[in-house]
Design a protein around this ligand. Sequence first.
Ligand SMILES: [Zn+2]
Length: 172
Amino acid sequence: MRTLLLDSSFSPVEVIDWKRAIILLLTGRAEAIDNYEDISIRSPRLSLQLPKTLRLFNLHRSARTVKFSRFNIIFRDNFECQYCGRGGSVKDLTIDHVIPVSRGGQNTWENVVTACGPCNSKKGNRLLREMGVKLKRNPYKPKWTPQIVIKMRENDPSEWQNWLPKKYRLVA
Ligand SMILES: [Zn+2]
């Protein structure tokens, strides 16, 4: 069971596990907006219902950065090959280093793009100018937004939809 964490202005921050949810409640840093009715955490001294949604008392999202991951790269690139524009699913798409690692390219936001399988193998170890192609969009480091982080799963509470506008939801 997961808990959706909102900031003090009710904007989605991230999805957290039950242990973090309980710590935030017990340390008084957040309040429960709604609970899983049938799930509670019990110890000899207390019993707490597990929250579906928590709201932080403080706003603290400014320090967040987007995790450098395969999924987030593909998400940044709109699920489209940056060479030919073909769209695909996370499963079909690959990550390509614009300047190949074997030629000194780095594993950074600015040097990776989403590529379809055929384009990736066609490019191989070449540079863009050797290949005679242009990227659809220059790779960049995305700013943090909840839409990159929050991937809804099938058994997540439907109440989350009150706090997650459609553009923030992504069915994993
Ligand atoms: Zn392609």
